[in-house]
Design a binder for this molecule. Structure first.
Ligand SMILES: *Cc1c(COP(=O)(O)O)cnc(C)c1O
Length: 253
């Protein structure tokens, strides 16, 4: 058995994370109760998630629609009730896989994606909760709308009757702590401005999804409410096998 499949080890890491987050939150005068950890389980086998549930972890993040479905089915068939967050980029042709399972969809960065989710909501009568992903680093390769596009995109989203906007999400570029902090700050400023322009109460758009294993402390200091943590909890992800490439043992796929 892989040592990490032991629930005791996961429970230890989980408790350490919670403690650490509580410390950082308290240090900057925040209430740690407003911060949640999403355990990012992408790339790990479903058995790992089962161990996590035994360790008391009930909130998971996945990036790929099919992987989400596979793991959600696995846990459901075994009688576990967990909460799923979809943290990958939303492709319109995957909406039917994602929307029925995800409590919150973090990676919406276009009107097209939001409209596809709205159509699903209309069809099923269930509103879809989303965050808008913002490209705070300006790197061309990154998903997310440009910071200056957030408000026009939000206006479109706020007109969709079956989509609910809960806040913003970012994945910063790998950089120095100061650069990462500046990106988190930018996300918070954009959310605050969103609130001023379109909010009706100070509780509108509550969520800032930012902070991963390498930078969650900074994220806590800068106002994150949702931390997406994989490696610090589950260890390194197993390497991905390339798709449609014959293995060394021949075409055994
Ligand atoms: C993989 C991933 C994470 C988790 O990253 P770690 O560094 O393993 O904590 C968080 N957010 C997104 C969007 C990811 O793709």
């Amino acid at each position: 058995m892989h040592p990490l499949l032991q629930p005791e080890l996961l429970a230890q890491r989980w408790q350490k994370l919670l403690e650490h987050i509580r410390e950082r939150a308290t240090a900057v005068g925040r209430d740690a109760a407003e911060i949640r950890i999403i355990a990012v389980s992408k790339g790990h086998p479903p058995e790992m998630l089962e161990s996590a549930v035994h360790a008391g972890i009930y909130c998971f993040g996945e990036n790929y629609a099919q992987e989400l479905r596979m793991k959600a089915d696995y846990l459901q068939q075994r009688g576990y009730t967990v909460e799923w967050h979809f943290i990958g980029h939303v492709q319109t042709n995957k909406v039917n896989l994602i929307a029925p399972r995800a409590t919150l969809i973090h990676g919406v960065d276009s009107a097209r994606a939001a409209e596809a989710l709205n159509r699903w909501g209309e069809r099923t009568g269930k509103p879809v909760a989303i965050l808008l992903q913002v490209n705070t680093s300006g790197e061309q390769s990154k998903h997310g709308c440009a910071p200056e596009e957030v408000f026009s995109l939000a206006e479109t989203v706020l007109r969709l009757p079956f989509v609910r906007l809960y806040g913003l999400m970012t994945i910063p570029a790998p950089a120095t702590a100061e650069r990462v902090r500046a990106e988190f700050r930018l996300l918070r400023q954009l959310r605050d401005e969103l609130r001023q322009r379109y909010g009706t109460t100070p509780e509108d758009f509550p969520h800032l999804s930012m902070g991963m294993s390498a930078d969650y402390e900074i994220a806590v200091e800068e106002g994150a409410t949702l931390l997406r943590i994989g490696t610090a909890l589950f260890g390194e992800r197993p390497p991905k096998l390339p798709k449609n490439v014959p293995s060394a043992h021949g075409q055994d796929a």
